[in-house]
Design a protein around this ligand. Structure first.
Ligand code: ATR
Length: 287
């Protein structure tokens, strides 16, 4: 044996923190990107109980273990922002972070790739919009509203949410109009992009009741729900001959900034990745 054998390099480490976390698709997305370019990387699902203290303890341990960074999912997106020393504009403006990068020159940096991922998705899908209707006013709506107010999108945004006060609050992010929940269908004739940011349409949830007949030809309907992949909303839009973008598309795009920051250099969102995720969803297997 050689006297001073060179230490093999350690794999690059990253992960996703949440509660629950067992069904996250992020490990599969990141492992696929890494395998494609031969990067020695490990991307783990990490559970941290609700509450800032539990989150901060987990994040601290991961940072000390040499994790490059982590994605953050429910219920910790606000905790991640609070934990970080520095935050991107998107994270600050949306009040939430789904990415933490450890040990940078500015300490731990929080970012929001739900916002940048949504933006990239519209650009890649060549969707341009002048009037957008956003349904919902939760965390996902905040990220999407932030994305819509940035160049090159020149869009007038309308928000509709069951709880009006929440709509009024998130509307400030994009200087958006607000329309009462009961009147949401009235905004359809004008919209060229409609985005469902609520959990309506998800398995075991009621579907989102929108009158797709009132949408004009050429408009695009986007749903962040991906279980099922084809929600009733998307089915109805397709039946009208409209273009649709499903929740898996946004999910794939939001993973790209984290992968490039922590693990590798190339992260292609393509049909092969989609097929893997669809197979995993069908088989209930995410790693
Ligand atoms: P997230 O951070 O994932 O967006 P959230 O903050 O709980 O989650 O937001 C969920 C969104 O779905 C909200 O816009 C919520 O409407 P309210 O603000 O009125 O709660 C919406 N939502 C959930 N269930 C709904 C239902 N049955 N009908 C209408 N909207 C619903």
């Amino acid at each position: 044996m050689a006297k001073n054998p060179a230490k093999p390099p350690l794999p690059r480490l990253a992960g996703v923190i949440g509660w629950p976390i067992g069904h996250s698709m992020s490990p599969l997305i990141h492992q696929t990107f890494a395998a494609r370019e031969g990067v020695d990387a490990v991307y783990l699902p990490i559970v941290a109980e609700p509450g800032f203290e539990a989150f901060a303890r987990a994040a601290e341990a991961l940072r000390e273990m040499g994790f490059k960074g982590v994605n953050v999912t429910l219920p910790h997106k606000e905790n991640a922002l609070r934990y970080a020393e520095t935050a991107s504009d998107a994270a600050k403006k949306t009040g939430a972070a789904n990415m933490l990068t450890f040990n940078t020159e500015s300490g731990t940096v929080a970012a929001n790739s739900d916002a940048t991922g949504f933006r990239r998705m519209l650009l890649d899908s060549k969707v341009s919009t002048r009037k957008t209707l956003v349904i919902g006013a939760g965390g996902a709506a905040r990220a999407i509203l932030w994305a819509l107010r940035r160049k090159p999108f020149i869009t007038e945004v309308t928000v509709s949410n069951r709880t009006r006060a929440r709509a009024d609050e998130v509307a400030l992010i994009a200087n958006a109009h607000v329309i009462d929940w009961e009147r949401r269908n009235d905004a359809l004739a004008d919209a060229d992009l409609v985005v469902n940011t609520t959990s309506l349409g998800m398995i075991n949830q009621p579907s989102l009741d929108l009158d797709c007949e009132r949408l004009r030809p050429g408009s695009v309907v986007c749903d962040i729900v991906y279980t099922p992949l084809k929600t009733k909303l998307l089915e109805q839009a397709e039946a009208r001959g409209l273009r649709t973008i499903d929740g898996l598309t946004m999910l794939m795009h939001q993973a790209v900034p984290g992968y490039k920051a922590w693990l590798g250099t190339r992260a292609e969102v393509d049909e092969d990745l989609r097929a893997r995720l669809e197979a995993a969803l069908a088989g209930g297997k995410t790693r």
